[in-house]
Design a protein around this ligand. Sequence first.
Ligand code: TYD
Ligand code: MG
Length: 465
Amino acid sequence: MAKTRIQFICQNCGTVHSRWAGKCDACGEWNTLVEEGTTGGIGGGPSALRSPRKGRPVALTTLSGDIEDAPRIATGIAELDRATGGGFVRGSALLVGGDPGIGKSTLLMQAAAALANRGHRVVYVSGEEAVAQVRLRAQRLGAASAPVELAAETNVEDILATIAEGKRPDIVILDSIQTLWTDIAESAPGTVTQVRASAQAIIRYAKSTGAAVVLVGHVTKEGQIAGPRVVEHMVDAVLYFEGEGGHHYRILRTVKNRFGPTDEIGVFEMSDRGLREVANPSELFLGERSAKAPGAAVFAGMEGTRPVLVEIQALVAPSPLGTPRRAIVGWDAARLSMVLAVLEAHCGVRFAQHDVYLNVAGGYRISEPAADLAVAAALVSSLTALALPADCVYFGEISLSGAVRPVAHALQRLKEAEKLGFGQAVMPSAADELSTGIGANAFQPAMLTDLVVRIAGSKRARPEG
Ligand code: TYD
Ligand code: MG
């Protein structure tokens, strides 16, 4: 009989420590070490409990063979299907992460209802809410009549026994992984050990039966799924449901997908009757633009395979402070410093006496370096108080030498801009022919200075200026 050892497991990253400490050396988080039994943690597992048994041979098989039914289950909610890469995959596990209250349960209830209405067997297990609460939400969503099978339960063994009855479910939704607990682990629900052991049991069920399993996981404010961070590598796909406080739209972002593309997004809007699909996100992020306002530039961005146009707003104002303020919403602070430095060093544009505020409209977040050129244009426009043309889009990366560097998907960006009624573009010189109308007469500066000169020169060109 093995001696039971006490271990301390970091609830953030899952590292096992032999003694307690205030800070985890692996991930640097404070107060995350919790005492747990030896059944979990890295290197632990259910086998640590039982005496070793003799292995049983399993049947080996071939790569080609019959697959019972279509491997994908499409929901018909286009934005969700886009993010999953064409629908839920049979025999796979998917994790949907997001902040509490962002709308994960709403999204999955809508997906469950859509699938059930298409004739699939859908089981929705809620560990967080009572049956009455889930029914209330379903009523609000107008989904109460959908033949979804519902249970409020948290024990994994009970859940697996329940869904083993009758026809195999096509899809099982477990809301949330933090509330689940299994008999084989001794820790409290929500701890790394429980979350890992429960997820393992559920994923094993998915692989062995061919049902698609969706796990819901809450995220801490650091942006990591609390505890279930350890689940991320176990599941086949991870989707994050994101949104900015105060804005109604939500983005479903793929961060891992063994069966499809990552970097895809689905865009939704939260209404009083659930989530509504937003088929054309550019319209949402462009907002109302007035032609005369300086400091606004439209960036032609990409999200995965989808072009998205976003308005970038800059405000440059004389600063009363010794160290001028730099405030940024929706973009990288280091990247802004870089663009400002390049403008100062290579283009003779001075910001040292000015506060700089940068905002991405609609609360959207840009991660692409291709936004450099649009940011630079917005900054120069605000500083000089010269409005940029309202029908112009900008994209391109800026290097430290002040050169404008090419970015991928130029044609797709231009096509989206043309579709939305834009007539001009400022972009890097492209290697291949651009067949679109605005691509043909686009302004293609080799250096950032060329763009600065063009913006500053627009004053003289204008008759009333
Ligand atoms: P919920 O799906 O419960 O979030 P999560 O499961 O991620 O914690 O969504 C909760 C929020 O969404 C809540 O603040 C109310 C809002 N909501 C609507 O605005 N409209 C709706 O139709 C529904 C169902 C919820
Ligand atoms: Mg919920």
